[in-house]
Design a protein around this ligand. Structure first.
Ligand code: NCD
Length: 406
């Protein structure tokens, strides 16, 4: 197998590819964020919430552990990763899957000239799922096509999960980002009581505030052009109603939205606007004050050429870094996200912001574990068992509490 064999498959529009990655209305391979439709997102979010709740107790976690104890996953990560790797590993372990990893190809047979396609085909004969991250664009997608061909030949069609491919896509990051925004925008607080809820309090201050992602204003700051997480998240945001996108970055072709992308987004979103600083005016106020969510990104300097370093030397990047004052000006309920790693030399989010209640990026990383566990349980068709167990378990607890307390 080689890339050129898949060229005609790769060149197809996204909507024609989606059915190639599902089986019986379930995701089989996860390659593109466009595979998640609104119904599936809602289902995955519910499953993630149930898994997170069950994992808190010994009984719940023993149940989760039994679900996929007959399955094995291989993590094939040949591009640096900390969170994605570990959260996938933890997600598999939560569901009882055994895991193994290949991270350094200099120690694998690829050092002897084996292709990545041969490697993945080999992995698929030992494992029941291959989760992969690679610098090579489209590698995961081509591996999924290879698996489908094997499946048509009555051989194992092992699920391939794209954990970041080249510059193109990072669908599971987009899933956990949506999960994080949805949770934050449900305005649920453990302190909610019959006397009042966080949502009611916030409505006092922001009368138009609604629950959920519909109608929200999402700001993106930093490296808009080169970040795969931004692209994948935008694909999912387009599935919600009346979302506004504000892009805050330097007016440079390697950082800002491309014209093509802008034209496409204008058709999908209620509003798409570009700003050159957090303080740019929007209806008489700095734009940062209007955001429900601010998605910060790191400048992807590993992709810089020498010329670009010089160009970037002319840009005043202090305009794209958070400060205490800027955060204090934001809406009280607004969420600050970052896919991480943040760049401590550049300082797009200084650590002094970490304790602000708007800083959700550590929570976001933890949500990755639940969102990925939900996704894996969907792929292996055990999400229904999660729901049944959760319902019985919570009902049991409620009955017990009522009989004891009542
Ligand atoms: C991102 C990635 O690898 O695309 N990180 C991640 O997966 N959480 C973002 C980045 O490297 O900037």
């Amino acid at each position: 197998m080689a890339f050129h064999e898949y060229e005609s498959m790769l060149d197809r529009p996204t909507n024609l590819k989606i059915s190639d990655f599902s089986y019986n209305e379930r995701l089989l391979h996860v390659i593109l964020s466009a595979q998640f439709d609104q119904k599936m997102l809602n289902k995955l979010i519910r499953t993630a919430d149930r898994i997170r709740a069950l994992a808190k107790s010994k009984e719940g976690s023993q149940f989760l552990n039994s679900l996929l104890s007959h399955k094995r996953a291989l993590l094939y990560f040949t591009q640096p990763s900390t969170r994605t790797f570990l959260s996938f590993a933890a997600a598999c372990q939560t569901l009882g899957m055994a895991i193994q990893s290949v991270q350094d190809v200099s120690l694998s047979s690829e050092a002897k000239g084996e292709t990545a396609f041969d490697s993945v085909r080999m992995f698929s004969s030992y494992y029941d799922m291959v989760i992969m991250r690679s610098v090579t664009p489209n590698l995961a997608e081509c591996c999924a096509y290879m698996m489908n061909e094997l499946g048509r030949d009555s051989r194992r069609n092992t699920p391939i999960i794209n954990a970041g491919a080249g510059a193109d896509e990072h669908p599971t990051q987009a899933l956990l980002d949506i999960y994080t925004i949805e949770r934050a925008m449900s305005f649920f607080s453990p302190k909610d009581s019959s006397q009042g809820t966080l949502y009611e309090q916030l409505r006092g201050q922001y009368p138009d505030l609604s629950k959920g992602l519909d109608g929200k204003t999402i700001g993106f700051c930093g490296d808009i052009r080169r970040g795969r997480t931004v692209r994948s998240l935008i694909t999912l945001l387009a599935k919600y109603k009346d979302v506004k996108l504000y892009f805050i970055t330097a007016n440079h072709e390697m950082l800002a939205l491309s014209n093509d992308m802008k034209d496409r987004l204008l058709k999908q979103f209620a509003e798409v606007r570009e700003f050159e600083s957090f303080e740019d005016d929007l209806d008489g106020e700095p734009v940062i004050n209007s955001l429900d969510c601010l998605y910060m990104t790191r400048i992807q300097k590993e992709h810089n050429s020498n010329n670009l370093d010089e160009d970037f030397g002319q840009i005043d990047f202090s305009k794209y870094k958070l400060t205490r004052d800027r955060v204090a000006a934001m809406r009280e309920y607004a969420v600050i996200l970052h896919p991480f790693p943040r760049d401590s030399d550049f300082g797009e989010i200084p650590t002094e912001i970490d304790n602000d209640k708007r800083a959700h990026y550590f929570r976001q990383a933890r949500n990755g574990m639940w969102a990925r566990a939900a996704l894996i349980s969907h792929i292996f068709d055990v999400d229904g068992s999660v729901a049944d167990f959760y319902d019985a378990y919570t009902l049991d607890k409620k009955d017990y509490n009522e009989s004891v307390l009542g």
